[in-house]
Design a protein around this ligand. Structure first.
Ligand code: ASP
Ligand code: MG
Length: 464
C-alpha cells in the first residue's frame, strides 16, 4: 500500500487558476497511490492579515480588526463565487466561512477585554487554514472525489509554546490512528489544516510561520507515508533565493542534512524543523511547482556518500551581532544575553557563533524565520533595554549570516578557502563550520549582504 502526503502552500491555493491545478494534480495522483492526504496553508497573505487583526484586537481597535475580517470574508467568498460549485455546496460553504469568521470576532472581542491569552491568539491566526481547507475539500467533492476538511486541532498534539509549538509524535500518532486512518481506509481524501495544532489539554497552538510544512512532515511520519510532496510556486529548491540573486537554478537532489541546514539558515522554501522527523523515518520529500507539475523539482532523501563534492547552495538570514568589551570570561556575557532575552520572553533567537578574545567578546544571534518578521526588531529592543544598564560597553548591530551548503565540508577545506576568496574585500565578522558537515556560515555586516550573496552565488553557478 502506498500513501502520498501532499502539502499545498499559500500561493498554490490562493487563486482559481492555482486551485484548478490542485484539482488536476489530485485527480492524477489518485490513480498512482492507494491513499492520499492533503495539507493546505491559508491563502497567500491571510496569516499576515490575521496576525495584524490579533494585534489590533490587543489594542482594542475594534474598527481595525473588523475591517480585516470583512476583507477576508470578501476575498474567500469571491474565490468560491469563481469556482464551479453547485448551489447547495456554495451555500453550505458560505455558511461555514461566515461561522468561522463570526467566531473570530468573538475571540477578538475577548482579547480586547482581557490581556489576551496566547492560546486565543493562536486560535485566531489559525483560521486561515480552516477556511482554505474547506474550500479545497468542497472543490474535490464537486468533482466526484470523496473528501473532507479536517482541523488539526483534533490531530496534532503539541507542547504549549504558543506561536512556535512542536508536535509530540507519539501523542499525535495516537490521535491520527483514531481520527484520520479510518477515513483513509474508506478511500476518503482528507484535506487537513496546516500550521495549527492543540496542546494535550486542547488549547489551540500554531507551529511557527511556514508551519504547514511541519504539519505535512508530522502527518507523513504518523501515517507512514511513502513520500511527501510540497507544492509551491517555484520550480524546486534553488541554488539561492531568486528574489535575492540572478541566475538561481533548481537543485535536483539534496540530503536531509543539507536541506535542514538550508532551511535553518534562512532559505524560505521549507520550515526548518520539518526535516528531523522525516530523516528518522527516511521518508523522501519532493518540492514541486504547482503550475508545472510535470517537472521533477527537487528530491530530498538520504545522501549517497560517493557524490562528487560541489557547492550546492547559498542562503542568508538576519541576526544580531553583540560585541562587548569584556575580558576572557564568556560566562557573564552569555548570562546577560540569556537574561535579557528571557526577561522579554524573546527566547526564539539562537546563539549561532560566539567568539572570545582577551579584551573582546562577540556573540552572533540568529533569528529563525519561523519567529516572524518582527522578531529581529523585538529581540534587539529587548537586548538594548536590558544591556544598557550593565557596565560593559555593548554594541548591538544587525548582521547577516551567509551560509554555503555543500557535502563533506570538513574533509574539503578548499571549499571554505574558495568562499572566503570570493568574498574579497567584504569584512567577515565570524565564521563557523556546521557540525552537520554540510554548512559553512559567515557573519558579515548587513550592508554587505547583497554583494556577498551575489559573489558567492556566481561562484556556485560557475563551479557547479
Ligand atoms: N499560513 C501559515 C503562514 O503563513 C503557515 C504556512 O503557510 O505554512 O505562516
Ligand atoms: Mg511555506
Amino acid at each position: 500500500m502506498s500513501t502520498l502526503v501532499m502539502k499545498f502552500g499559500g500561493s498554490s491555493v490562493g487563486t482559481t487558476t492555482a486551485l484548478s491545478q490542485v484539482l488536476s494534480i489530485v485527480l492524477q495522483e489518485k490513480e498512482n497511490w492507494s491513499q492520499l492526504v492533503l495539507v493546505a496553508s491559508a491563502l497567500e497573505g491571510v496569516t499576515d492579515a490575521l496576525i495584524e487583526a490579533a494585534h489590533l484586537a490587543h489594542l482594542g481597535n475594534q474598527r481595525g480588526y473588523r475591517r480585516i475580517v470583512a476583507n477576508l470574508r470578501t476575498r474567500h467568498l469571491a474565490l468560491i463565487e469563481e469556482l464551479p460549485f453547485g448551489a447547495t455546496e456554495r451555500t453550505a460553504l458560505q455558511a461555514d466561512i461566515d461561522r468561522l469568521l463570526f467566531d473570530m470576532l468573538d475571540i477578538y472581542q475577548s482579547m480586547s477585554q482581557s490581556k489576551a491569552a496566547r492560546a486565543a491568539v493562536d486560535a485566531s491566526i489559525g483560521v486561515g487554514e480552516k477556511l482554505s481547507t474547506r474550500i479545497i475539500a468542497a472543490l474535490l467533492r464537486q468533482n466526484g472525489l470523496r473528501s473532507v476538511a479536517i482541523d488539526t486541532t483534533s490531530l496534532i498534539v503539541t507542547d504549549d509554546v504558543h506561536g512556535d509549538a512542536t508536535p509530540n509524535i507519539p501523542l499525535t500518532r495516537a490521535k491520527i490512528a483514531q481520527n484520520l486512518l479510518p477515513l483513509l481506509e474508506r478511500g476518503i481524501i482528507p484535506v487537513v489544516t496546516g500550521f495549527i495544532g492543540a496542546t494535550a489539554a486542547g488549547e489551540p497552538t500554531t507551529l511557527g510561520r511556514g508551519g504547514s510544512d511541519y504539519t505535512a512532515s508530522v502527518l507523513g511520519v504518523c501515517v507512514n507515508a511513502t513520500e511527501i510532496w510540497m507544492w509551491t510556486d517555484v520550480d524546486g529548491i534553488m541554488t539561492a533565493d531568486p528574489r535575492d540573486v540572478e541566475g538561481a537554478r533548481v537543485i535536483a537532489d539534496l540530503s536531509y542534512d543539507e536541506v535542514a541546514e538550508l532551511a535553518y539558515f534562512g532559505a524560505r522554501v521549507l520550515h526548518a524543523r520539518m526535516i528531523g522527523p522525516l530523516r528518522q523515518q527516511q521518508i523522501p520529500l519532493r518540492v514541486k511547482n504547482v503550475f508545472k507539475p510535470q517537472q521533477i523539482g527537487t528530491l530530498i532523501a538520504e545522501k549517497e556518500t560517493s557524490r562528487a563534492r560541489t557547492l550546492k547552495a547559498v542562503t542568508s538570514i538576519s541576526g544580531l551581532g553583540i560585541s562587548a568589551e569584556q575580558g576572557l570570561l564568556r560566562a557573564p556575557v552569555n548570562q546577560l544575553i540569556g537574561e535579557a532575552l528571557h526577561a522579554a520572553g524573546q527566547m526564539q533567537a539562537d546563539v549561532m557563533i560566539a567568539s572570545q578574545s582577551a579584551a573582546h567578546s562577540f556573540t552572533c544571534l540568529l533569528i529563525p524565520t519561523s519567529a516572524g518578521p518582527d522578531a529581529i526588531h523585538t529581540t534587539r529592543q529587548a537586548l538594548e533595554d536590558h544591556l544598557v544598564a550593565t557596565p560593559s560597553n555593548w554594541r548591538i548591530q544587525p548582521i547577516t549570516i551567509i551560509t554555503v551548503i555543500s557535502n563533506q565540508l570538513q574533509a574539503w577545506p578548499q571549499a571554505a578557502a574558495q568562499v572566503l576568496l570570493m568574498l574579497g574585500d567584504i569584512r567577515v565578522l565570524a565564521l563557523a563550520l556546521g557540525t552537520s558537515n554540510c554548512s559553512l556560515s559567515l557573519v558579515i555586516e548587513m550592508r554587505d549582504a547583497e554583494e556577498g550573496l551575489a559573489r558567492i552565488h556566481r561562484h556556485i553557478i560557475s563551479s557547479g
